[in-house]
Design a protein around this ligand. Structure first.
Ligand SMILES: Cc1cc2nc3c(=O)[nH]c(=O)nc-3n(C[C@H](O)[C@H](O)[C@H](O)COP(=O)(O)O)c2cc1C
Length: 198
């Protein structure tokens, strides 16, 4: 058993996995670009099919030129709390690739899977560095495709808000109650030898 961050893992794991979580209360502290780049650097070392590295990260930092535009890429709910974060990241992925020895682009079947791994590395590095990264499905796909001139060969995966965790009392009541590290399904509900758990 491993316990940390009000969470208990049933099997021994590194506490880093328990310490990473997704707060919505942020301090409004700005983030140095050099710090943010270390999170992307960690993401860069994620594994991917054929080492195709399909992930792409478009970002804006608080108090910089593109901040307002990137806040506008979030839905209203996510904007309500992510406006206090230090950086907004849009994760995209290239959905075609040229296989080794090939000459033409073919559909990449694992571009989202690979990019999910990269986002997880990013989030873990942020947590290890004393920051937090919060994934967001609630984003405005049409606005992003237009605003970032995203070609068809690139998929818009998700948004991420990055910041320093703040005081949960800064959140409106319904969100305050949810501002705790969440539990997980028992391992037996997600993994089994020789069969699929439904
Ligand atoms: C791809 C993805 C999309 C998510 N979308 C949202 C979202 O739109 N809004 C939100 O408040 N949280 C969102 N979350 C946060 C999840 O609810 C959160 O990661 C999950 O409850 C597990 O909690 P933890 O990250 O604190 O361990 C998202 C997380 C991921 C990975």
């Amino acid at each position: 058993m491993t316990t940390s961050n009000n969470r208990t893992a049933d099997h021994p794991i590194d506490v880093s996995f328990l310490n990473r979580w997704s707060p919505r209360a942020f301090t409004q502290e700005t983030i140095p670009e050099a710090t943010l780049l270390t999170f992307f650097e960690a993401a860069r070392w994620a594994p991917s099919s054929y080492n195709s590295q399909p992930w792409r990260f478009a970002y804006a930092r608080r108090d910089t030129e593109h901040w307002t535009q990137f806040l506008g890429f979030l839905n209203e709910f996510n904007r309500s709390w992510a406006q206090h974060s230090a950086a907004i990241v849009i994760v995209l992925s290239k959905n075609t690739f040229t296989p080794p020895g090939g000459t033409a682009e073919v559909p990449a079947t694992t571009h989202s899977f690979d990019s999910g791994a990269a986002w997880a590395y990013l989030a873990l590095q942020a947590s290890l560095s004393g920051w937090h990264a919060h994934g967001m499905a609630g984003i405005e796909h049409d606005k992003i495709r237009q605003g970032l001139a995203v070609p068809d060969a690139y998929s818009i995966e998700a948004g991420v808000a990055i910041g320093r965790a703040g005081d949960k009392n800064s959140l409106p009541e319904p969100l305050r109650a949810r501002e705790v590290p969440s539990p997980r399904k028992p391992l037996a509900e997600i993994a089994a030898e020789g069969r699929l758990v439904l």
